[in-house]
Design a protein around this ligand. Structure first.
Ligand SMILES: Nc1ncnc2c1ncn2[C@@H]1O[C@H](COP(=O)(O)OP(=O)(O)OP(=O)(O)O)[C@@H](O)[C@H]1O
Ligand SMILES: [Mg+2]
Length: 302
């Protein structure tokens, strides 16, 4: 004959509310002793925290997705008006609708550079929210790092020349290709070189070096391309060094503040490099200069 089942219900409480119950069944009577009950109640305290965290996490995910959708929508909607502002200010500047005096030309150049900044900010915000929602897809292929650097230099060389800075490129020929997303690598290198340019005084020196190397910097691919961007700029103080990869972080150093920026560049850069199986780090000395290093996996040959 079966002995009667003995049941025990333990409430799972979160503050004053019962968010669940634990049901225990035993064929033997008298098993639920005082010390076991106490153990179960402690166990359920942990369970309640875990359940509450899981629920909060799900809510945060949901909110993150909504935020990402919203930011993508706004970014998309802002593109058309910005293209229009850019196009019409260019037409005005070219004198298409009448001669432009020097003052007007200067104003138009200011409009142009500000709309340019807005466009960058909008794409950066869209990138951050896409990365955070885990919805950034990368387009992997074999990429020549030399071509990446060429492309970046092409778009930044004028500014660098205008500031009379010296650009020293040390890229050996015949470097093996990396496995990554070319557009995103261009974005990464653009941010590093534009930081070196922005946060160095006129006549400073920017050095870009690349080498194929054994990965002595940690886990991941055994062979990597190591790229380093050095400047002779304002440097980063030890207390600020902890924060530079944070979203929207900009140093309160007046020399840094004089250059435009939103503090999103390095946050995006770090995430993009890590999504490609790489790593980023730096060393810096205040008022002496800074070097940023990245490594990216080399394409494996069978
Ligand atoms: N090469 C550098 N030398 C000195 N400080 C730097 C350098 N690179 C980055 N920093 C510091 O780190 C901060 C964050 O850099 P990050 O590239 O993320 O943002 P930003 O350049 O200010 O803006 P943007 O979003 O346009 O890139 C900078 O504002 C600056 O204080
Ligand atoms: Mg930057």
């Amino acid at each position: 004959m079966h002995s009667a089942l003995e049941h025990l219900l333990v409430p799972i409480r979160r503050e004053e509310t019962v968010i669940g119950v634990l049901l225990l069944e035993s064929r033997e009577s008298g098993r639920y002793t005082e010390d076991k009950l106490e153990f179960l109640s402690r166990l359920m305290d942990h369970a309640s925290i875990a359940i509450a965290n899981a629920r909060l996490y799900a809510e945060v995910q949901e909110a993150n997705k909504a935020k990402s959708d919203f930011v993508s929508f706004v970014a998309h909607e802002l593109k058309n008006p910005m293209t229009s502002i850019r196009g019409f200010s260019d037409l005005l500047a070219q004198g298409v609708v009448g001669p432009v005096n020097e003052n007007q030309a200067n104003f138009l150049a200011t409009i142009r550079s500000n709309v340019e900044r807005m466009a960058t900010l909008v794409t950066d915000l869209a990138d951050v929210s896409r990365i955070e929602a885990g919805r950034l897809s990368l387009d992997f292929a074999a990429v020549e790092i030399g071509l990446v650097v060429d492309e970046v230099i092409r778009s930044l060389s004028r500014q660098i020349e205008d500031k009379k800075q010296v650009l020293d490129l040390q890229l050996p020929a015949g470097l093996p290709s990396v496995w990554g997303d070319k557009i995103r690598l261009i974005q990464v290198v653009t941010n590093l070189i534009s930081n070196a340019y922005k946060y160095s005084p006129p006549e400073g020196r920017i050095t870009v070096r690349a080498e194929a190397a054994d990965n002595i910097w940690g886990e991941g691919s055994p062979r990597v391309i190591h790229l380093a961007v050095s400047d002779t700029g304002y440097g980063i103080s030890p207390e600020n060094q902890k924060k530079i990869f944070e979203k929207f972080y900009r140093s309160d150093d007046q020399k840094v503040r004089d250059a435009p920026g939103t503090g999103l560049g390095l946050n995006i850069t770090k995430q993009l490099i890590e999504l490609q199986g790489g790593k980023i780090w730096f060393e810096s000395e205040f008022r002496v200069g800074t070097t940023f290093h990245i490594i990216v996996p080399i394409v494996e040959t069978a």
